[in-house]
Design a binder for this molecule. Structure first.
Ligand code: OMP
Length: 232
């Protein structure tokens, strides 16, 4: 699967599962958006396997930008399965392609946080790999205002680990409500000085869906983008 190919498969799956829908949707921010993305609807084995491939390919394609990392961390709840699926897929693809650094990809660890702290058994907030002293890649679905991601940064810092970057499925590339010039992705990347990468962004969606959506749907997405596109 090439880079372009995994983006295309991701968008096709998003449409066929209705994870990506066009219409009129009220966002968490209160904005009315002509499209909405709900990753929870990637809920079949085939869609999840493709999704994990798309996340893994995005990591491979951005390996220089990301630098090395030790752990994939999925913030509860949605991030938990994303981190598990993607860690497994990195090992699987690296072996299938006999990558010279397959061993490194085999050893990428997996962790997530508990929403409620547990004081018996193994205790603590983190399940899976211990984070202390490690470089952590956060995996999530969409960032809008960045609230959920900022919480993940705090959890990781509390564990005395470093955030290596953030991996998303979709970058909506829109300004936040309190910042009319920058998107949440740009703000997070600048504030924490880490790369924030995504399988696709809204421009990829517009490009791949040209001719597949009605002219009116495409026009509405373009209009929305004109209104809320961030500065570079
Ligand atoms: P932040 O935590 O503010 O970054 O918002 C992330 C949330 O935005 C997600 O958990 C969803 O509730 C929501 N969302 C989507 O999942 N998909 C979209 O296309 C748009 C939103 C949204 O409400 O902006």
């Amino acid at each position: 699967m090439t880079t372009q190919n995994h983006k295309q498969i991701f968008i096709e799956d998003a449409l066929s599962s209705s994870a990506l829908r066009f219409g009129s949707f009220t966002l968490k921010s209160g904005r009315i958006s002509p499209y909405f993305f709900n990753l929870g609807l990637f809920n079949t084995g085939a869609h999840l396997s493709h999704l994990a491939t798309a996340y893994a390919e995005t990591i491979f394609a951005n390996r220089e930008k990301l630098g090395s990392f030790d752990v994939l961390f999925g913030p509860a709840y949605k991030g938990i399965s994303l981190a598990a699926l993607t860690a497994a897929k990195l090992a699987e693809l690296a072996a299938a392609r006999s990558l010279p650094d397959a061993d490194k990809w085999n050893k990428i660890e997996y962790a997530y946080n508990r929403k409620e702290k547990k004081d018996h058994g193994e205790g603590g907030v983190i399940v899976g790999s211990a984070l202390a002293g490690k470089k952590v890649l956060i995996i999530d679905d969409v960032i809008t205002a960045g609230t959920a991601i900022k919480e993940a940064f705090t959890i990781i810092e509390n564990e005395k680990a470093t955030v290596a970057g953030v991996l998303l499925a979709l970058d909506r590339q829109e300004t936040t409500v309190d910042n009319t010039k920058q998107s949440a992705v740009q703000i997070i990347s600048k504030t924490f000085n880490v790369p924030v990468i995504s399988i696709v962004d809204i421009l990829d969606i517009i490009k791949f869906l040209d001719g597949k959506l009605s002219a009116e749907e495409i026009e509405k997405v373009k209009e929305y983008r004109q209104k809320y596109a961030p500065e570079d």
